[in-house]
Design a protein around this ligand. Structure first.
Ligand code: SF4
Length: 375
């Protein structure tokens, strides 16, 4: 039985086979020697946190191995990692244990080993079902690998399968996006995440746009694509429960819900973020420094911010508004954000009743503006 003070555990695996043009995550191109050293450092990081008194007795509500591409690592690294985590903290049969995977980087044997080790949810970066989109974003693999990976995952024993998609890709039209959604719905995943392409600094995409090789994302088209996703996925039995996330009944991502419901989590790996006991802290976003610190048996923590009660409530308000059900109105009072909330209500970005506050469809399109106003 998981206790009410259970936490989430996030592990950032900073390796990919190739960097996609839009991606700004902290990662390196996968090399066997770097991955072996990273694995040793990660196991040491777990051991050091395992000895911390404030984490004693905390059980795990969810474990999420993300990245990067965790399946860049040899599968035995991932199974060992899960074994070590489970001997350090307690889990229960309801603990959601997710691994992210690239559809072109896993075999049936890998998937079977992951299920046997205890992973019970898999999240594939599908992105698109059009080969030309893979070319335009510099992604390796072929779109048909996604269908194979989903079928093989199910055959290996995964019953909870997520597909991550992106829309507004260079050259992608509305019909391409609808075709992608319809092709993926047929695969019967339990969860789909749809992210609008954004242009991050220092990415190949940003450079290509600056050189006018590629057009920037079209906001109007992305709004139409968002509406199309909501329509196609609703028809297929998915409920939109967060700005970018859709799930079949009972399959909302438990780990990500922690982020939006003021839950606590511990992050491991370079650049991973944590929120525990009202304190936010991050791990060094540099693999070499991260590994060096752990070689010296030091936790690679870079920043450490203790939030006041009002700041904790502000964060609960800002993150909670990402959920379609919104947040209790009491939170905005506790966060001392009544003035900002009134302004957002007047602008039609928020709506409310006596008890709750939520983003309007317009507010969902301008969620970043809402968050900035509330911070
Ligand atoms: S596979 Fe994912 S994490 Fe890796 S570069 Fe592409 S978008 Fe980034």
């Amino acid at each position: 039985m998981i206790s009410s003070d259970a936490i989430g555990l996030y592990i950032h695996v900073p390796f990919c086979r190739r960097r996609c043009h839009f991606c700004a995550f902290y990662l390196e191109i996968a090399q066997p020697d770097r991955m072996a050293r990273f694995q040793s450092a990660l196991l040491r990081e777990i051991a050091l946190h395992g000895r911390q008194e404030f984490l004693n007795g905390r059980s795990l509500h969810s474990i999420y191995v993300g990245g990067g591409t965790p399946t860049s690592l040899p599968t035995e690294y991932l199974t060992t990692l899960l074994d070590v985590i489970r001997t350090t903290w307690s889990t229960s049969p309801t603990t959601e244990i997710t691994v992210e995977a690239h559809p072109s980087s896993v075999t049936f044997d890998d998937l079977t080993a992951l299920v046997k080790a205890g992973f019970n949810r898999i999240s594939f970066g599908a992105e698109s079902m059009k080969d030309q989109d893979f070319l335009s974003i510099g992604r390796f693999g072929r779109v048909r690998d996604t269908a194979t990976a989903v079928h093989e995952s199910r055959r290996a024993g995964f019953t909870n399968i997520n597909l991550d998609l992106m829309y507004g890709l260079p050259g992608q039209c509305l019909q391409d996006w609808i075709d992608t959604l319809e092709s993926l719905v047929i695969l019967e995943p339990t969860h789909i995440s749809c992210y609008a392409l954004t242009v991050e600094d220092d990415t190949r995409l940003a450079q290509d746009i600056a050189r006018k090789v590629v057009l920037p994302p079209d906001d109007g088209l992305q709004i139409e694509m968002e509406a199309a996703a909501e329509h196609v996925l609703a028809e297929a039995g998915f409920t939109r429960y967060e700005i970018s996330n859709y799930a079949k009944p009972e399959y909302a991502c438990r780990h990500n819900l922690l982020y939006w419901t003021d839950g606590e989590y511990l992050g491991l790996g370079p650049s991973a973020q944590s929120y525990l006991a009202g304190t936010r802290f991050g791990k060094i976003a540099d693999l070499e420094s991260y590994m060096n610190a752990l070689d010296n048996r030091l936790l690679p923590i870079t920043d450490h911010t203790i939030l006041s009660t009002t700041e904790q409530q502000r964060d609960a308000l800002v993150f909670g508004l990402r959920l379609l059900r919104g947040v209790p109105r009491l939170i905005s009072r506790a966060a001392e954000r009544d003035r900002q909330v009134s302004e957002l209500l007047m602008k039609g970005l928020l709506d409310s009743d006596h008890d709750r506050l939520w983003l309007t469809p317009l507010g969902r399109q301008f969620a970043d503006t809402v968050a900035e106003t509330l911070f």
